[in-house]
Design a binder for this molecule. Structure first.
Ligand SMILES: NC(=O)C1=CN([C@@H]2O[C@H](COP(=O)(O)OP(=O)(O)OC[C@H]3O[C@@H](n4cnc5c(N)ncnc54)[C@H](O)[C@@H]3O)[C@@H](O)[C@H]2O)C=CC1
Ligand SMILES: C[N+](C)(C)CC(=O)CC(=O)[O-]
Length: 477
């Protein structure tokens, strides 16, 4: 991972606030510069939403949050920054002025990304002191949750930028050629334009348009995109049949794509009125939280499938995962993580089934420590859990950071008995305990058997190292 550690965010609105959260929650220090006197409050509110959602995407402990500060001037913000992200309003004159100011005060090796939705790098670089330093780094809202970033600019700069973005869990996509609105916004503009016509012509309301997306093709797009989806829609003959069947429709009057309805006051009122009726019962911050909870739940579901955005999240977990414990003569930490949204139940706390998940994951770490890893399991030997005696001692809530301390009560031959304590990190409250018995098995006969080779040696050493330890206090109580 890159050594870069300070990000300057120029413009702390919707997108700048999201960038600040993404960097901070990945351990970077962040300095914000924004002339708006309300900027600190606004960034704080975006950050509060990010804190309850981004860490919940991870199944391992997340980096310690960086330090957030607000600079008195742009010069002060960028002076020591390794990455500078311009997120000022979408106006070229403002952006040119901001870049001139940035380049007069920043390091020559700093990376300067622009969040612009539509300007090309050649437009942004006009009149710049060091044009190659400025590139498009176009994110998607909310920046702290959605991974993709479109990068456009000079290749050498983009390759450096890509390393940094990989390190903060993003999915950088280098765009081959500069083009107005890059890749994604060309799409979104086309869809938006069509939707505006449907409303103007009285065919559909904002609610109905959103429903055809969220109950239909929107869910498909989140996991397969356009082309893979259409390949399947072509049936057994795939994409060729799809094109043969639906290609001719492109020249039928199915779309109005090239025309834009005039955004008259009347049309704007109609759209805004429908939108108020649809969603006005929620504040924007509430809508953001609903959106974030849904995104986290969907992305966590994709994690379980190791697919699309979920595959990226698993790779990021593997990158930041702590090494296996090496000190075996004392109880050790087998797991550390944040409690995610999809583990909550109707009582507003972590559901009982998830404690089983936590203790199962902790047991897996002990298996890995003794060498019962995927290779060993592929060789036909493993451990089965035969009992879990769980004590639920205190409530566990959304966003709690917890860790599990594991003591080995018995490790001999086929038997591995572990005692786990699940503790809230921070106030050290004991939340749950688990007395867990695992037996070594043959995956061929499905019966117990002695461990083999290195696993036998390690399990014996582990058992002996902890055999003289007193019982955990929570077990004696
Ligand atoms: N809102 C969105 O969905 C997305 C926006 N973007 C891009 O991000 C950029 C920012 O857009 P938003 O955050 O939506 O706008 P915004 O209006 O929420 O925020 C812009 C911020 O820039 C500040 N600002 C104005 N002049 C400034 C200056 N000279 N120096 C520093 N800050 C200044 C404003 O006070 C404001 O806080 C635009 O280029 C936009 O195209 C990119 C992806 C999505
Ligand atoms: C509407 N928009 C052009 C600002 C959208 C984007 O640039 C990306 C997004 O988050 O949809």
């Amino acid at each position: 991972m890159s050594e870069i550690k300070t990000a300057a965010i120029i413009g702390g609105g919707v997108i700048g606030g999201g960038w600040a959260a993404r960097f901070l929650l990945n351990g970077w220090d962040v300095v914000v510069s924004d002339p708006d006197p309300e900027a600190e409050r606004k960034v704080g509110e975006v950050l509060a939403n990010a804190r309850r959602s981004l860490p919940a995407l991870s199944d391992v402990s997340v980096p310690k949050e960086g330090r957030l500060s607000f600079a008195a001037s742009l010069a002060e913000a960028v002076a020591d920054a390794d990455w500078i992200q311009e997120s000022a309003p979408e106006r070229l004159d403002i952006k040119h002025k901001v870049f001139a100011d940035i380049q007069s005060h920043c390091r020559a090796d700093a990376l300067i990304g622009s969040s612009t939705s539509g300007f090309k790098p050649s437009e942004l670089q006009q009149g710049a002191a060091r044009p190659e330093q400025i590139f498009v780094a176009h994110p998607f809202n909310p920046v702290y949750l959605l991974p993709v970033i479109e990068l456009v600019g000079v290749e050498a700069t983009l390759l450096r930028a890509r390393d940094v973005l990989d390190g903060i869990g993003m999915k950088p996509l280098i765009v081959r050629k500069e083009i107005d609105a890059h890749i994604a916004d060309r799409f979104l503009e086309a869809v938006w334009r069509e939707a505006l016509w449907l409303i103007k012509d009285g065919i559909a309301t904002t609610q109905e348009i959103d429903d055809v997306i969220r109950f239909g093709f929107g869910m498909r797009w989140a996991q397969m995109g356009l082309f893979e989806t259409y390949r399947i829609a072509g049936g057994e003959a795939g994409m060729r049949h799809f094109i043969a069947q639906f290609g001719p429709c492109l020249s039928w009057p199915w779309t109005k794509l090239m025309d834009v309805p005039e955004l008259t006051d009347e049309l704007t009122d109609m759209i805004a009125g429908q939108s108020d009726a649809q969603s006005g019962m929620h504040s924007i911050r509430e809508l953001e939280r609903i959106r974030d909870d849904n995104l986290v739940a969907m992305m966590r579901a994709l994690k379980g499938r190791n697919w699309g955005a979920g595959e990226l999240l698993n790779a990021q977990d593997a990158r930041i995962k702590p090494p296996l414990p090496t000190t075996i003569d004392q109880p050790f930490t087998t797991l550390s993580r944040v409690i995610p949204i999809d583990w909550m139940d109707y009582n507003g706390h972590m559901n009982e089934s998830r404690y089983g998940q936590v203790f199962s994951d902790a047991g897996d770490v002990v298996m890995q420590m003794v060498g019962a890893d995927p290779d060993y399991i592929a060789g036909g030997l493993s451990y089965f859990t035969v009992s879990n005696e769980i004590g639920y001692l205190s409530e566990t809530h959304l966003g709690d950071v917890i860790h599990v301390r594991t003591q080995v009560l018995e490790a001999r031959g086929k038997k591995l008995r572990l005692y786990h304590e699940m503790i809230r990190t921070g106030d050290d409250e004991l939340l749950a305990t688990c007395n867990q018995l695992l037996l070594h098995v043959s995956l061929e006969t499905r019966r117990t058997c002695e461990p083999e080779g290195e696993v036998l040696a390690k399990i014996t050493a582990l058992g002996e190292a902890q055999s003289k330890l007193p019982k955990p206090a929570s077990m004696r109580d």
